[in-house]
Design a protein around this ligand. Sequence first.
Ligand code: S3P
Length: 437
Amino acid sequence: MKITPARRINGRAQLPGDKSISHRAAIIAALANGASRITNFSPSEDCAATLSCLRELGVSIQSEGSSSLIVQGAGEFGLRVANEALYCGNSGSTMRMLAGVLAGQDFSSTLTGDNSLNSRPMQRIIEPLQLMGAELGSKNGKPPLTVKGLRPLKPIRYELPVASAQVKSCVLLAGLNAQGRTEVIERGGETRDHTERLLQWFGVPLERSVEGSVAISIDGPRSFAARDVSVPGDISSAAFLIAAAALLPGSKLEVEDVGLNPTRTMFVSMLRSLGAVVEVTDRCDEGHEPIGRLRVKGKLSAEPPSPVDSTLVRGNLIPQLIDELPLLAVVGTQVPGGIEIRDAAELRRKESDRIDVTVKNLRAMGAEVQEFEDGLAVHGRTQLRGAMLDSYGDHRIAMAFAVAALTAAGDSEIAGAQCVSVSFPDFFRCLESLVER
Ligand code: S3P
């Protein structure tokens, strides 16, 4: 994909449905009693993988138009053994959350994925699911993963060893089929809470307590009725457009009906603290998730508070920015003082080693970058230059560097950019429709 620098961003965008929420809506609707309609379902390949696994497990799902689905819930006892291994593609969310569901079934399943997913760590879900009584098999804690379910599971009180919404969700979904109270404690920072919100939307009571850390409990076994779900626009996909608008002077961007869940909007808060003008209007808090309209004006403040220090991003902020960190590193090259990201070793375990590949691409564009085991530091205010870049097969890297390329001097080329379809198939068309040169 060739990217020519842009003068500014101008226009309005409607984002496809949030990927994280779409996975969960499909899975929870599949376990409900009755039919649920899901509207604005994510068109991502990742969410298509979740649907295809659910269909393999006997769930009937019909498409209605381009982004609406009817899921005929199988109910508490309705999933069926799959004929073959469940293929989760590139999607860690699919594998980790389905493992939680499958742990409580009275049959065995195998979950597998593409080369990237098959090299990602699964010990983090193997451990709690084994404590609950399921039998899990893997080679070195990596997929393919076999799950021999137990019904009912044993409830556990589990402190997350890594701040991960996928692991939290896996244990809570397993908790639906456990005999008694399952509790998950979030040490190391609060993660996205879409599973909790959706379970409650479907009528499943959860208890949330905050005593230093957030703890969520669910009482099982639990059956529940179907309910329609409307999925908000994906704020993590919007982040790329928002960053491009914030970086290019004179830009004006409106993003409609986008999810504003506070566990997902930290990137917008960061941009604001770096001087970007981002306004929220038409906020609506009804339903299972807050949504609204974002208005962005470029560019990041030219007059920083002095003296200019590097902005340090670490600790509990990391889980709330996790998918936006490569993009934040790109933004860091354009803010006075630069940005240092620490406590983010988890980035090395995503679809690619996102620290390594971000550093490689930034250096190719002439940025000054330091790499750490748990993060990176970029020097501020660097005129990036167009370069030969690589997505390394990672959708968020392709999109972050498409934004970088728009701000660069000279054309760039991104190898393997088609992987954007993992989360945002229409990304390049959408971006191009907003770009003025
Ligand atoms: C996700 C959680 C995050 C995120 C991923 C989607 C989710 O992963 O990086 O893209 O939908 O729960 P972890 O919670 O494992 O860090």
